[in-house]
Design a protein around this ligand. Structure first.
Ligand SMILES: Cc1cc2nc3c(=O)[nH]c(=O)nc-3n(C[C@H](O)[C@H](O)[C@H](O)COP(=O)(O)OP(=O)(O)OC[C@H]3O[C@@H](n4cnc5c(N)ncnc54)[C@H](O)[C@@H]3O)c2cc1C
Length: 373
């Protein structure tokens, strides 16, 4: 019997597409389908899946299934679990690939239990052995220090793939008008208890206040130097705040911080009284901080010490601005080190980004794809 794979996704908040990471997971599912000579089914969940289904219609899946209706519009454990279970049973797949969105991370382990299968979350790669087709999933443990390779006998096997690990599948082959996707609807009748929880609204910080942006192309790291005395013997924290926030606004970059800088938020002594108001411990990058994934990173006023730089493991192209030509970045930790005053460099960058947005006003600032480096 040939193998079968189910690519499971839910509709994005815009109602028309799938979350970005879903297209990456679809890319992985198509690769495996080809390698294993398997059959691929796409399973979608949402209020109305029509538009989202069209975005993946050209992927060449054998079947496209959906559980749709107002009850499946928003994340809710009971209805999402029922929908995912119905899709998994209808597809009869041994391998189920899904994006590691918060909506699915919450619900798919429970679904695996209902299916008497197994589940792995935070998976960063899934590969088939070229000789016997055996599947190997990879994930990190212990703050990215140990990489585990997992094999499972139990089926179905649900695998939640992290974002930023696979190239997204893009519907670039198609020419002309999009073909209407042929979707088989799977009926799911929810018991009353499954609709008890209602999402009454979403409270989120303003996009300006949201400085951690996992999907950004660039990570800007701010170090303790921003709050230190400068050449004139004074600190310039207000100016530092404005420069950093203006840059984040204009470039859409995500913000990271060094431990020394984020620790200042709780330290009210001496020189460290001067702190950046928007910097929290959640921004910290490093051994005891986060290990974010971004194609590019720009470090400013940060020394580049090893416990900090271990958090740059998944940042591909690295540049740093530091006054000190002997800082850690100069010792093989960055591709390019600008020995310069970060206050001047960032002011110039912001001016260039401002110029660009004035010359192409149709591009919203937050969506600017400008590459400042
Ligand atoms: C067990 C352990 C775990 C740790 N975990 C982490 C971690 O997770 N993350 C982390 O970040 N650190 C971690 N550290 C601390 C780490 O070793 C460093 O102390 C810390 O990263 C230093 O932060 P910094 O580079 O911002 O500050 P500093 O070392 O004070 O460096 C400030 C830099 O700013 C530069 N500068 C000043 N003004 C300017 C200017 N105008 N323009 C350009 N450059 C300027 C200076 O030249 C200097 O290099 C850990 C340490 C230990 C022992």
């Amino acid at each position: 019997m040939s193998r079968s794979i189910l690519f499971l996704a839910h509709v994005a908040e815009d109602g028309n597409t799938l979350p970005k990471v879903s297209y990456e997971v679809l890319g992985a599912a198509l690769k495996l389908t080809k390698q294993l000579g398997a059959r691929l089914t796409i399973g979608l969940i949402g209020e109305d899946v029509t538009a989202a289904a069209e975005t993946v219609a050209a992927a060449g899946a054998d079947r496209m299934l959906a559980v749709a209706g107002p009850d499946f519009a928003t994340a809710r454990y009971a209805s999402d679990a029922a929908a995912a279970e119905a899709l998994c049973r209808a597809a009869g797949a041994e391998l189920i690939l899904a994006p590691a969105t918060s909506r699915f991370m919450r619900v798919l382990p429970g679904v695996a239990h209902r299916l008497k299968g197994c589940v792995d979350t935070h998976v960063t790669a899934l590969e088939a052995n070229t000789i016997d087709g055996e599947l190997h999933a990879t994930r990190w443990h212990y703050r990215q220090r140990i990489e585990a390779v997992i094999r499972r006998d139990a089926r179905p096997w649900i695998v939640l793939l992290e974002s930023g690990c696979e190239a997204a599948w893009a519907d670039t082959e198609r020419t002309g008008a999009p073909a209407a996707a042929k979707v088989e609807e799977i009926p799911v009748t929810l018991p009353k208890a499954a609709t008890r929880t209602v999402v009454s609204g979403i409270r989120a910080p303003k996009s300006d206040a949201q400085t951690i942006r996992p999907d950004a192309n660039l990570l800007l790291v701010a170090g303790a130097g921003w709050t230190k005395k400068q050449a004139d013997g004074k600190t310039h924290v207000d100016q530092a705040e404005t420069l950093i926030l203006d840059f984040l606004r204009a470039s859409g970059a995500s913000l990271g911080g060094s431990k020394s800088l984020v620790d200042q938020s709780g330290d009210q002594s001496g020189e460290s009284q001067a702190v950046l108001g928007f910097m929290t411990h959640l921004n910290q990058v490093g051994q005891t901080g986060a290990t974010p994934r971004h194609p590019k990173g720009l470090s400013t006023c940060c020394h580049g010490e090893e416990p900090h730089v271990v958090g740059w493991r998944f940042i591909n192209e690295r540049r740093a601005v530091n006054l000190d030509p002997n800082c850690g970045w100069a010792r093989g930790k960055a591709d390019v080190l600008y020995v310069a005053d970060a206050f001047e460099v960032m002011a110039k960058l912001n001016a260039l980004l401002g110029q660009r947005s004035r010359t192409s006003p149709e591009e919203p600032m937050m969506k600017a794809t400008v590459n400042p480096l």
